[in-house]
Design a protein around this ligand. Structure first.
Ligand code: JCQ
Length: 423
């Protein structure tokens, strides 16, 4: 595979490719790297490669003519420009690039490159991350390194590139080698035990924990893609949604008991079903209200003519108090649930640590116990009367400042933020 770097600073490229696996591959001829310098395509005495920007402003722009001549000299190949405005580079794109025969990597300097060069002589703009470098050369080296190690014969072991981070959708597990104790820090005992199944399971769990906490974006996609369901049931399947009718407050802040609403039951049950939750709990101390809820749910469940709502309403459970639900879930799962409150008011539950939906998912993804999410009817949960709450979710906010979502709409938005797939 051939790489041609178009750069006014070839001395930044060449010495960086003399060591390591890529250096050896270059030596062996498995990859070829050469540079073309736009300065060699100037004709003035100062060998000028930059000019002032049309429209004014700070800095200089790379002059089109020497750059175009250098790109032409680089020859036929897929022409990539490094730029903070490019498409973010991913391992998936690296794998595609590794199938090509010749990459031309065009490095800008100064404030940038004349747009007409980009429009006429560049096939793809790539970014290596959201930060600004003083030129494209370090980015070009990143691409050469990432692509070259996928070229057959560059790495000793042909499969080892695939095992690593991103290829499997998870970050790497931690590695250890001798000594067994380092400044008082030991090696996880499972690794020294020789039980290969146990080691594999431990590494998998470590990789998952890291991904959940460090890269919620990757974790969300991983859950969507892989079903490691037996050992690690998805969090949604361990999540219980509760619609609380007491203790809640009215508009004046007085603690009240609200009446059950038919629409809330139906719509929250359908949301709970859509996002794969374990149950929807309807909490009210009023026995006749619980009977009504059971009646509504069973009415639809009796309809087995393929009515989709019947399945959703099977998720409906009733209880007289939050504490009863907590006790039931503890008995059923063997773990006390983590109780999560929701509120439209930023000042509610001041003692509970505040979490965004992504933070809550990351924090709880590999905890064994259930998650119990409380939605308040009326004007919201009476926070002083619910000491079992150990997390508060950040309020759902639009951009208008007007914030009066119905509880069933707020529930749906929240479930999507917690468990919705990214299209
Ligand atoms: C690439 N993330 C950052 C710097 C101008 C095209 O014009 C310019 C290009 C660069 C180099 O690229 C980066 C970069 N990915 O800075 C200035």
């Amino acid at each position: 595979m051939k790489f041609t770097v178009v750069t006014i600073l070839p001395e930044l490229i060449e010495p960086a490719l003399t060591a390591g696996v890529v250096g050896r591959a270059k030596q062996a001829g498995t990859i070829e790297v050469s540079c073309v310098n736009p300065r060699d395509f100037t004709s003035d005495k100062h060998r000028t490669v930059d000019d002032t920007p049309y429209g004014g402003g700070p800095g200089m722009v790379m002059k089109p003519e020497p750059l175009l001549a250098a790109i032409a000299k680089a020859g036929q190949g897929h022409r990539i420009m490094l730029s903070p405005s490019g498409t973010p580079l991913t391992q998936a794109r690296v794998q595609e690039l590794a199938k090509l025969e010749h990459l031309v990597l065009v490095c800008g300097r100064y404030e940038g490159i004349d747009q007409r060069v980009i429009d006429t002589a560049i096939d793809e703009e790539l970014s290596i991350g959201d930060y600004v470098l003083s030129g494209g050369e370090l980015g070009a080296l990143v691409i050469i390194d990432a692509v070259a190690r996928l070229v057959p014969g560059v790495l000793g072991e042909p499969t080892s590139a695939d095992d690593e981070s991103f290829s499997a959708g998870l970050l790497e597990y931690p590695h250890y080698t001798r000594p067994v104790e380092l400044a008082g820090h030991g090696v996880p005992t499972v690794l020294a035990g020789g039980n290969h199944a146990a080691i594999a399971a431990w590494r998998r769990l470590q990789a998952m924990q890291r991904t959940a906490t460090r890269r919620p974006d990757l974790w969300r996609r991983y859950r969507a893609a892989k079903a490691e369901a037996k050992a690690f049931p998805p969090l949604a399947a361990r999540t219980h949604l509760a619609l609380v009718h007491h203790p809640v407050v009215d508009r004046a802040g007085t603690v009240i008991t609200t009446a059950l609403t038919n629409f809330d039951i139906h719509d929250l049950a359908r949301s709970a079903m859509t996002y794969g939750l374990a149950a929807l709990h309807l909490i009210t101390p009023v026995t006749s209200q619980r009977d009504k809820a059971e009646h509504i749910a069973r009415l639809w469940m009796g309809d087995d003519q393929g009515e989709h709502r019947a399945r959703a309403l099977e998720l409906v459970r009733t209880a007289d108090a939050i504490e009863t639900v907590i006790a039931t879930l503890t008995a059923e799962s063997g773990h006390a649930p983590t109780v999560v409150a929701t509120s439209a008011k930023a000042s509610s539950f001041p003692a509970a640590p505040r979490r965004t939906p992504a933070e809550l998912v990351a924090e709880h993804a590999l905890e064994p116990g259930p998650l119990l999410i409380l939605l308040g009817s009326g004007w919201g949960l009476a926070d002083a009367l619910i000491p079992s709450v150990s997390r508060i979710l950040t309020p759902i906010e639009g951009s208008s400042g007007w914030n009066h979502l119905s509880v069933r709409s707020a529930g749906a938005v929240l479930l999507d933020r917690l468990f919705g797939r990214v299209p």
